[in-house]
Design a protein around this ligand. Sequence first.
Ligand code: NAD
Ligand code: UD1
Length: 339
Amino acid sequence: MKILVTGGAGFIGSHTCVELLEAGHDIVVVDNLVNSSRKAIEAVQGITGRKFPFYEYDLLDKAACKEIFEQNTIDAVIHFAGLKAVGESVEKPLLYYRNNLGSTLNLLELMRDYSVNSIVFSSSATVYGAEASIPYVESMPRGKATSPYGASKQMIEQMLEDQVVAEAGFSAVLLRYFNPIGAHESGEIGEDPNGIPNNLLPYVAQVASGKLEQIGVFGNDYPTRDGTGVRDYIHVTDLARGHVVALEKKAAQPGVHLYNLGAGRGYSVLEVVDAFSTAVGRKLPYKIMPRRAGDLPEYYADPVKAKNELGWQSEYDIGRMCADTWRWQQKHPNGFEEE
Ligand code: NAD
Ligand code: UD1
């Protein structure tokens, strides 16, 4: 298949490009590089030994993006492009709604105009909302969004569901990611946050490399096994393979196909710090801090539906996730910047 990958220079997108190419698919990538680097595209080409068209276009620029559909016969779209910082979305909700919803509307209109009937969308566990019981199961309704970012994911899920009703033959695969971490085993692509990382793993990796002094553990008084927050971490390569399988199995089947992509088990912050310390070979310093506003104590996926219907489950454990993150961090201490 020829797949248009939006946001393909980003963290999850670049890893998925590698897996798509290695599975024998052709790809076309569009990304405006607002949160990524052209170096990621070059690295994907280096890892796979394959070239592909890359368009540095903003999906908000529909006229420019029309060219992509004119110049390539696209079979399906994987839509990663979007802004994803939860805190920033609270400060700048209009930016998040404009970017995430506007991009998706343009994309869906172009797909309609060029008769492209399949989309795989990057959704998030956050759509279950703060009140959902754990583990999260796909049969649960979407809950009350806890941020404009989460609301944009819920709205896009709704847009895709409506499009399935309206367009005969349309297939929408909604993949709800849990906490993607890790990096490609080559150490040539990985997560490259701007500034001081908000998320746990990039922060821990920068403490390990000496860029940051110590890990701040946000709360140790949650009702969890050691009092720290528990999340379902999943290796980004497992997640990327989940996209390839979902596409191969569901792109040609009209309808809404909803799957959790998680490992189905949680690790606490202290367990992650321990696992990363093992990968590095020394104890990493940490300090207990107050809780971070908006954090939930614990959540993880029920991964059974993806296993039964897609034959997909995560393979890599937390040790491997930390070892691969550490390899990427060591090879590229400043991300893609320095090269
Ligand atoms: P990322 O920021 O690394 O990748 C997103 C990419 O989209 C970036 O390369 C960015 O430059 C591009 N982009 C943003 N707006 C664009 C626009 N208007 N036009 C063209 N390109 C644009 O993020 P990621 O971690 O790879 O996440 C990919 C997707 O998965 C996002 O939609 C995100 O919300 C979703 N998601 C991520 C996580 C996570 O923990 N990383 C969890 C759940 C869902
Ligand atoms: C956050 C987002 C979520 C998004 C995900 C991936 C919030 C409230 N949620 O998830 O919507 O899909 O990122 O981008 O922002 N922690 C520390 N110290 C740190 C950083 C984190 O102790 O320096 C703890 C957190 O309290 C949490 C766990 O580590 O218990 C994981 O945090 P993080 O990596 O930020 O992911 P989430 O909060 O699960």
